[in-house]
Design a protein around this ligand. Sequence first.
Ligand code: ATP
Length: 334
Amino acid sequence: MIALHDLKKVYRQAGRDIPALDGVTLAVPSDSVHAVVGQSGAGKSTLVRCIALLDRPTSGTVEIDGVELTAVRATELRKARRRLGVVFQNANLFDSRTIIGNVAYPLELAGVGRAQRTAKAKELLGLVGLAEAGGAFPAQLSGGQRQRVGIARALATDPDVLLCDEPTSALDPATTSEILDLIAALKARLGLAVVVITHEMTVVKRIADSVSLLEAGKVIESGPLEQAVARFGSRLSETLLALPATSGLPQAGITIEVLDQTGPAEVPALTSVGRQLGVDLPIVAGVVEHLGEATFGRYRAVVPSALDPGEVLTQLRQRGAQAELSQAVAGVAR
Ligand SMILES: Nc1ncnc2c1ncn2[C@@H]1O[C@H](COP(=O)(O)OP(=O)(O)OP(=O)(O)O)[C@@H](O)[C@H]1O
């Protein structure tokens, strides 16, 4: 378990204070993945540096399994860092070292003997599916394979926490899927608390158990993934269930927005309301995502002019869906 409590980082630049982190509190239990998302400048890199102890927070604490890392003396820092493995966007491998040499590097720093660290590196390479690649050099591997090496190296000191900083941003979609599957499998196998910093919503949907949205150094939304998505109209819900733009489509009637959560094989509320009222409610944009046990559907649909949209909203809500007139109709620019 990793816990951040009221973490603040203020940079001073040209006589001005820049609050890069403004009181971040988070707890990530073992055997779970927490994603932190946010736009450029939100404070994601600062958060990574403070968690990884590469930078000291101005105030607040970082705790792993009850041990306060932020309280350790400078001389103990290297040892404290072993509780935490870091995976970077680019694996940052040493080109002149073999793959085994790269994975064993943190153990070399920790003073572990050659035979023991080689054995550990081999074991870890097996774990990340690269048992045969130990004698190769980084230039001989693909980007995805290099990232696997980066993950193996992050696990060399048997950390409790894996911190992944944009782990798939440099990879193509198929390799991204493989790496995310690997992180999820390692989390379960090793009982890791995983923190993933990312700007990619596919990463969140694929592996996160919980998610936080960082903005201007503050966590403005946070919670278990399914709850965050179910919060109709929230930023996380709208970003994770992003609808394509529909401007320019002919729409004879009033547009409504619907967020529906269904179990397997359940009929979406919009379908059953249309059937009940004997009308078509054309969907002009929609997205369906399976997250954990739930299926979420977000739709923008047109209520024909002959029908009272209020009645449609009521019927949808009676079936458990969340529904509103779309903001464009309500007069708010989108
Ligand atoms: N060393 C520094 N000195 C001064 N200001 C800094 C420093 N590092 C970051 N900042 C400022 O802190 C804020 C957060 O920056 P940070 O790099 O953490 O954001 P980010 O979410 O990682 O953005 P990006 O995705 O673009 O890297 C920004 O306003 C940035 O300008």
